[in-house]
Design a binder for this molecule. Structure first.
Ligand SMILES: NC(=O)c1ccc[n+]([C@@H]2O[C@H](COP(=O)([O-])OP(=O)(O)OC[C@H]3O[C@@H](n4cnc5c(N)ncnc54)[C@H](OP(=O)(O)O)[C@@H]3O)[C@@H](O)[C@H]2O)c1
Length: 287
């Protein structure tokens, strides 16, 4: 099968790499061509535009930063949606908001394309190891058809419901990650201001009952101050923003999410946007 893949950032490059190592043929495009160099060297076909990816793709996967990037790639003059057609399948694994996923599903239908929103749980290391979990919204038959590809890139699928339900659950997950990381950073700032050492705090808290398990994977970053991004802070801010936007649409008050999103925005303005989101700790402790 010819698989089209658009969006070769931290996550997409690794997901595409697994597809390239499978029996499928891979056609890739990324706004910045440099990021496709390794994939091309290992046998992927480069396409100059998203539309060119769609010309030969049987299934097309997008893994892009945010809704604006997805919409532009799908629907701009050289977008893929007008070319894919023929009842083919578009899988959007980007983290976007549910109403946007539903809008893309409608656009796909209007272009005779089937659609799945299939964001992922897991980060850079899980993408590298092929153990991402796909959280999916869309038709059950389409999920079944795509399952072999999800199994190549990951190690599990959850079919949540109709279009937009995958991104619904994904936003809940990321809001919880964002707020837990921020409140942990705030607690650390308090502890350190009282003279408890960073080492003492991390050793007592991480792995204990009051801190979520994911924090264990961030401990080394906090200790070393090396925030090489697994999940860029700017995209975490984007996800909390999308959660609050969605809460507005469903009339759900999210006072903590609104405070959290502003905190991450302040950290972006202080220069932490491209660092891992755990750099919120440095922002909170003034390091
Ligand atoms: N990293 C994680 O841990 C993680 C985990 C789960 C989900 N996600 C989600 O996965 C998606 C990708 O994240 P990532 O970590 O791989 O981020 P990334 O490394 O920053 O990659 C972002 C991708 O989007 C492209 N892009 C950005 N703006 C664009 C635009 N205006 N037009 C066209 N392309 C554009 C980038 O192209 P360029 O290369 O040209 O910049 C790149 O391919 C995001 O939705 C993120 O929230 C990330």
């Amino acid at each position: 099968m010819n698989i089209g893949f658009i969006g070769l950032g931290i996550m997409g490059s690794r997901m595409a790499g697994h597809l390239l190592n499978s029996e499928h043929t891979l056609i890739v495009h990324n706004r910045t061509k440099d990021k496709a160099t390794d994939l091309i060297a290992n046998g992927a076909t480069w396409a100059d535009t998203p539309a060119e990816v769609a010309q030969d793709a049987d299934i097309l996967i997008t893994m892009l930063a945010h809704p604006e990037a997805v919409e532009a790639t799908a629907l701009c003059d050289s977008g893929f949606l007008g070319v894919l057609g023929d009842g083919k399948l578009w899988i959007d694994s980007s983290t976007v908001n549910p109403s946007f996923s539903r809008k893309m599903a409608e656009q796909a239908t209007a272009h005779n394309v089937r659609f799945l929103d299939a964001p992922v749980a897991g980060s850079k290391n899980q993408a590298q190891d092929g153990v991402l979990r796909f959280i999916i919204g869309g038709e059950a038959d389409d999920v079944e058809e795509a399952k072999p590809l999800f199994e190549i890139m990951g190690s599990g699928t959850v079919h949540v419901g109709a279009h937009g339900m995958g991104t619904s659950l994904k936003l809940v997950v990321n809001y919880l990650l964002a707020s837990a990381m921020a409140s942990f950073a705030e607690g650390m700032a308090l502890g350190e201001s009282l003279g408890v050492s960073q080492g003492m705090l991390l050793n007592v808290l991480v792995g204990g009952p009051v801190v979520p398990p994911f924090m264990a994977g961030k401990k080394a970053k906090l200790e070393s101050g090396d925030y090489d991004p697994e999940f860029p802070l700017q995209w975490m801010q984007k996800d909390v923003q999308l959660a609050t936007q969605t809460a507005y649409e469903t009339a759900v008050p999210m006072p903590l999410a609104n405070a959290t999103k502003e905190l991450y925005q302040q950290a972006i303005r202080a220069g932490h946007g491209e660092s891992d989101f755990s750099a919120i700790y440095d922002y909170m402790t003034g390091k």
